[in-house]
Design a protein around this ligand. Structure first.
Ligand code: NOJ
Length: 518
């Protein structure tokens, strides 16, 4: 386990939208370099960059055309290496986004694979021997697109043919077993990509759709897990400080498969979702009946989160970390249904639980979701990918380009939150995030390690009280004061709102959060 994860706090950057240093309307590596001091000052000491490789951008870069070449719009490979160097100078680690499940249909491997005559890449993708155009057991086929007499499987969009790591239990002659030399060659090709970027200075990878590799896998993902354990063994030997975080959302499986961290994502029915947006939509996209934990109306229930989270946490304490996210490039902005005070309390919990937290760019100032037409396969996700709002003035400081040529428009509202305004305001969300992250970095008991004890967490009752090492923490998101009996006295080290831990009581004013040394 890389030691640096013990105190890592990640910042996710969607590179298109962070900072445009060369004035062409889209973010770039140089822009990220120029903002590294901001990220460091915020309290984030690690980055996850969404895919920044050569791509036709039919899925915002998750359709990779060349794994070893950066997309020209962000800069050259040399620029990315300079970003690694500049980040490392500031104690910041950098994870790239590895997309092992599929490539772009324009990738050279696929161009070869679709040819009529067999060649080295014929089995790099999953081809049937004939025409199949209907889905089977969750896999989808594309037919009629290639000179080759077959159909191929896609992993996500039509433009993303699935790479071939074999089938756990092949049922047909076109389904290779996982130990077929061509399935193994795909795995080795992906290791080669990883070595390429680790040698260039990257510190690891966020792995896209990490659970999707072996087809017709079993419920325990035996095939895909064995594959990742093989890759992890390579890392442990050759790059022991490199970190892997999975998009899998099942820590008991993913961490045993060799990942160091796994995201808890905003999937419907997930415990994470009950914290921040536990709502149904009416036909007009308006939320109703929002029972998420951080809502001030106090109808949330911490058990809906904990029952899932603790189940995962207890099974995985020795295997790796759970990663809570403020949001990501696929989810709605967390500010969509939470006020700034509700957000502050949400971040207070995220940044004081065990595991390795991830902050999505702009969430530190409460950037808002914008209703926009789809861009680069974003669909409804597009509205969470708008340019970072640095300050007042042209394009809110994102770019010197003409506003009409920006990758996506900036938030046009007169009260759009900005870094500049919030830096000046001591009580701002930005400064709350800074204070919380400073506290976390100052106190080893509040970092990644699994030292969580639940003190009070009852169905439909508040507050939620927990302990980590020498600290007791409590949160009351509701608009009413509440209290519970405890057996601690404590000295406050950080509070939001009014709250006390004394005389056998944890007394929490409305919308409050406290950390006490006991
Ligand atoms: C998950 C990524 O987060 C998402 O943005 C992408 O569209 C799909 N995987 C396909 O790669």
């Amino acid at each position: 386990m890389p030691k640096w994860l013990e105190d890592a706090v990640f910042y996710e950057i969607y590179p298109q939208s962070f900072y445009d240093a060369n004035g062409d309307g889209i973010g770039d590596f140089e822009g990220i370099i120029q903002k590294l001091d901001y990220i460091k000052d915020l309290g984030c000491n690690a980055l996850w960059l969404n895919p920044c490789f050569d791509s036709p951008f039919k899925d915002a870069g998750y359709d990779v055309r060349n794994y070893k070449k950066t997309a020209a719009r962000y800069g050259t490979n040399e620029d990315l290496k300079r970003l690694f160097v500049e980040a490392h100078k500031r104690g910041i680690h950098v994870l790239l986004d590895l997309v092992p499940g599929h490539t772009s249909e324009e990738h050279a491997w696929f161009v070869e694979s679709k040819k009529e005559t067999p060649n080295e890449y014929w089995n790099r993708y999953i081809w049937t021997n004939d025409w199949i155009s209907w889905g089977v057991e969750g896999v989808r086929f594309i037919a009629g697109e290639a000179p080759r007499n077959g159909s191929y499987i896609i992993n996500f969009f039509k433009s993303q043919p699935a790479l071939n790591y074999g089938f756990l239990n092949p049922k047909d002659s076109w389904q290779l077993p996982v130990n077929h030399p061509d399935a193994i060659a795909t795995r080795e090709a992906m290791k080669d990509v990883m070595r390429f970027w680790l040698d260039a200075g990257a510190d690891g990878f966020r792995v896209d759709m990490a659970d999707s590799l072996v087809k017709f896998d079993d419920a325990q993902k035996a095939g895909t897990s064995a594959l990742w354990r093989n890759i992890r063994a390579m890392l442990d030997t050759e790059y022991p400080e490199a970190a892997l975080v999975s998009e899998w959302s099942n820590p008991p499986l993913s961490l045993k498969a060799g990942f160091h961290m796994d995201f808890l994502l905003d999937h419907p029915g997930s415990g994470y979702r009950s914290l921040v947006r536990d709502y149904q939509l009416d036909g007009s996209l308006r939320p109703f009946n929002d029972n998420s934990f951080f809502k001030q109306d106090g109808r949330g229930d911490i058990r809906r989160f904990l029952d899932q989270y603790l189940g995962f946490y207890e099974k995985t304490q020795n295997d790796g970390y759970i990663s809570l996210i403020t949001g990501n490039h696929d989810s709605g902005r967390i500010s969509g249904n939470l006020s700034n005070r509700e957000l502050a309390l949400a971040y207070a919990l995220f940044f004081t639980l065990p595991g390795v937290p991830f902050l999505y760019y702009g969430d530190e100032i409460g950037m808002r979701y914008l209703y926009l037409p789809t861009k680069e396969g974003g669909y409804a996700r597009t509205g969470s990918r708008t340019p970072m709002q640095w300050g007042k003035g042209k394009n809110l400081g994102f770019s010197g380009a003409d506003g009409s040529t920006l990758y996506l428009p900036v938030d046009p509202s007169p009260d759009a939150p900005t870094v500049e305004a919030q830096q000046k305001n001591t009580g701002s969300l930005l400064n709350t995030v800074k204070a919380l992250l400073k506290l976390r970095h100052d106190e080893p008991d509040l970092q990644s390690k699994p030292n969580l004890e639940i003190i009070f967490a009852e169905h439909e009752k508040l507050p939620f009280v927990y302990r980590r090492g020498v600290f007791v923490l409590a949160v009351n998101p509701s608009g009413s004061a509440t209290e519970t009996s405890v057996s601690f006295e404590g000295r406050p080290v950080y509070t939001i709102g009014e709250c006390f831990l004394e005389k056998g009581k944890c007394r929490m004013g409305q919308q409050s959060f406290g950390v006490w040394r006991v």
